[in-house]
Design a protein around this ligand. Structure first.
Ligand code: 2AL
Length: 253
């Protein structure tokens, strides 16, 4: 099967980190196609970034004709519902995958993320994805997303925050709150001695499971194809219908 893993930010070096984690998690016979959003912010760490990352995610999904499934590889899960409306293949977000996985291996988890201002979004997503009480805390390392690429203190700061979080929250599992932390997962887990979930790996595994069991997004109800209509201004290419829009790809709805 072919899984398209979309990095919603436009930093190609972060896509390379995401791709390594996705490939390591993929089973034999799975091809990972990691792509960088062609438009949007260099990193996603505000609601503004998040909103403007969505067109790039949708274009990358529309461009993924023939993929058996998609992973949206940013912890805010930008555009996840919209991507499900546009793709016939299953689409999973990394916060969604990580939080669900965490509930299978412990009673409570703590999220360790980048900047303090991203904590609200993580709490919002926890409220949607997992039962009340499963997410016991969301903690920031005070590192901007792009610092994860080259700051030599990343591992030490994530481990320190995660250790405090496990104690303070009384949690059993750590969820990494950024795709840019994917390559630190094994090292953090080795330091802490508890499961540490990287959403990129969890997302790939979850999409593989859905594809293998023949489960796709429902064409009925809220995830049915969106109504066709013109879009204007800089988003005119995103209008559906007429075959001219960037989202009018052949295998998509
Ligand atoms: C993220 C992420 O996963 N990618 C990105 O650009 N921002 N998440 C975060 N909490 O900062």
């Amino acid at each position: 099967m072919r899984i398209r893993v979309v990095n919603p930010n436009t930093t190609a070096s972060m896509t390379a980190t995401i791709e390594r984690s996705a490939r390591a998690a993929a089973g034999p016979g799975t091809t990972i196609e990691a792509v960088t959003a062609a438009m949007g912010p260099a990193s996603i760490e505000s609601h503004y970034d998040e909103a403007l990352a969505v067109p790039g995610v949708l274009a990358a999904v529309a461009d993924g004709a023939g993929a058996d499934g998609f992973v949206v590889a940013c912890f805010g899960d930008p555009g996840l519902d919209a991507a499900r409306e546009r793709a016939t293949a299953p689409v999973v977000g990394i916060a969604e995958a990580a939080m669900h996985a965490a509930t299978l291996v412990g009673r409570g988890f703590s999220v360790v993320t980048t900047l303090d201002r991203t904590r609200g979004r993580a709490w919002d997503l926890a409220g949607r994805y997992v039962p009340a009480g499963a997410c016991r805390g969301v903690h920031a390392c005070d590192l901007p997303v792009l610092a994860l690429e080259d700051d030599p203190t990343v591992l030490e700061r994530v481990v320190e925050r995660a250790r405090e979080a496990l104690d303070r929250d009384g949690s059993d599992v750590v969820v990494l709150g950024c795709a840019g932390l994917a390559d630190r997962c094994a090292a953090v887990s080795a330091e802490l001695g508890v499961p540490v979930i990287d959403g990129v790996a969890a997302g790939v595994a979850l999409v593989e499971a859905l594809v293998r069991t023949g489960v796709r997004t429902s064409p009925r109800g809220e995830y049915a194809a969106p109504p066709r209509k013109p879009y204007r201004g800089v988003l005119s290419a995103f209008g559906l219908g007429g075959g001219r829009g960037v989202l009018d790809g052949p295998s998509q709805r």
